[in-house]
Write a protein that binds this ligand. Structure first.
Ligand code: ASP
Ligand code: MG
Length: 423
């Protein structure tokens, strides 16, 4: 093996389902990959299932079994990526370049056994290393792994991002490029806010907030990985050669140069559950949320208040993903019985709108400005939560788009970046 080859940059390129949705797009992606290799890079490609394949497979399963077991769901869903990786390798080969496709049992990606939401525990990159050293473009099925009993697992919806970043870490890649059907990360969803701008650079922490707040550009866990191992991410379009958005470690820029708010996001897949008239004694919240945690249900905002009806009782309201609502309500029934008190109401008609930016750390009044602009739009705020770098409000789902537009305007996110003084 020549020393030169060793020093060629290693690039992990991840292509989402829409980028490979049909044979033409697949061929276009193959050419992008080949160009990258011919520029002197070693390439590891991670691909999602074509278009809506995963959704279609899920729909199909529901027609067969109303409540299919997760183990078989994983085997079923992983087929989507098995197909796309094989086809993409063929597309590259058809253009005369060396490629080889791999799915879970060949990738060395070990996960825990939490089917449909598995976490990667270890990666053995030996095989992939060998392939790229031999000049192959390695085309890997995203979203899947193997657990300790060699059962196929999947990493949760959107999990190919995590595959890509985890492989980038394991193979010590120079960069992880995430190709998608948008040009990058925007200050807001451009379909909702026409003035939204593409963000050139955004910090891991901001992106982490955005990803968990409904900006569906990348899966949250993949950004956590990238941050932990400091792998720069470049989110860009698979349809043009434009530079996209870089997701990077926070730099030492003067605070004054940072936008206070980087972006506005809305998550419409939220539901609110309120447990009413709970006994006001130690251990109630622990039981309530312990049960949900056991069932792998993520709880987001939590607000406790004293009951409207009864002295010495509490109400606890919280939010979950709408897809978890039914399971959460079922899981809480025995818990309430156990607490001998309380009842549950829920609403599937809420959305979470958020503003995010590291500049908030050093500015007062950001939340107040958000509340004021929502009030001016006649939007009622049902719940609020904040972190150092974000403010989120639960509001009625029907008001979400309007709220995002108002906030985008209020924080002047559509404006061009200010020009340097004297220019
Ligand atoms: N195909 C899977 C999904 O649709 C994984 C992915 O796209 O990243 O969720
Ligand atoms: Mg997909």
């Amino acid at each position: 093996m020549s020393g030169d080859r060793e020093h060629r940059p290693l690039v992990v390129m991840k292509f989402g389902g829409s980028s490979v949705a049909n044979p033409d797009r697949m061929k276009n992606v193959a050419r992008r990959i080949i160009d990258k290799k011919r520029e002197g890079n070693r390439c590891v490609v991670v691909v999602s299932a074509m278009g809506d394949t995963t959704d279609d497979l899920i729909d199909l399963s529901k027609k067969i079994n109303a409540d299919p077991p997760d183990r078989e769901m994983d085997l079923l869903m992983s087929a989507g990526e098995q197909i796309s990786s094989a086809l993409l390798a063929m597309a590259i080969q058809a253009e005369g370049e060396k490629a080889a496709a791999f799915f879970a049992p060949q990738l060395g990606i070990r996960t825990d056994s939490v089917h449909t939401k598995a976490r990667i525990v270890e990666i053995d990159g030996t095989r992939l290393q060998k392939e790229i050293t031999n000049g192959n473009i390695a085309v890997c099925a995203g979203f899947q792994g193997l657990d300790a009993s060699n059962d196929i697992t999947t990493l949760g919806r959107g999990g190919s991002d995590t595959t890509a970043v985890a492989l980038a870490v394991a193979l010590k890649a120079d960069v992880c490029e995430v190709y998608t059907d948008v040009d990058g990360i925007y200050t807001a969803d451009p379909r909702v806010v026409p003035e939204a701008r593409k963000i050139e650079r955004i910090y891991f922490d901001e992106m982490l907030e955005l990803a968990s707040l409904g900006a569906k550009v990348m899966m949250n866990r993949s950004i956590e990985f990238a941050k932990k191992y400091n792998i720069p991410l470049h989110v860009r379009s698979s349809l043009n050669g434009n530079a996209g958005s870089w997701i990077i470690e926070e730099e030492e820029t003067p605070m004054m140069e940072r936008p206070i708010v980087r972006a506005v996001a809305a998550d419409k897949d939220q539901a609110r559950i309120t447990a009413i008239d709970l006994p006001d004694v130690p251990g109630v919240a622990a039981k309530l949320f312990g049960g949900l945690a056991e069932s792998n249900i993520n709880v987001d905002m939590i607000v406790q208040s004293s009951s409207e009806h009864e002295i010495g009782k509490n109400d606890i309201a919280f939010t979950v993903a709408s897809t978890d609502l039914k399971r959460a309500v079922e899981r809480l029934k025995p818990v309430l019985k156990d607490l001998s008190g309380g009842s549950i109401v829920f609403s599937d008609d809420v959305a979470k709108v958020s503003i995010v930016g590291v500049g908030m750390r050093s500015h007062a009044g950001v939340a107040a400005k958000m509340f004021k602009s929502l009030a001016a739009a006649g939007v009622n705020i049902e719940m609020i939560s904040t972190s150092e770098i974000k403010v989120s409000c639960i509001i009625s789902r029907s008001k979400a788009d309007e709220a995002v537009r108002r906030l985008h305007a209020a924080f002047e996110l559509g404006r061009q970046a200010p020009v340097a003084a004297g220019a």
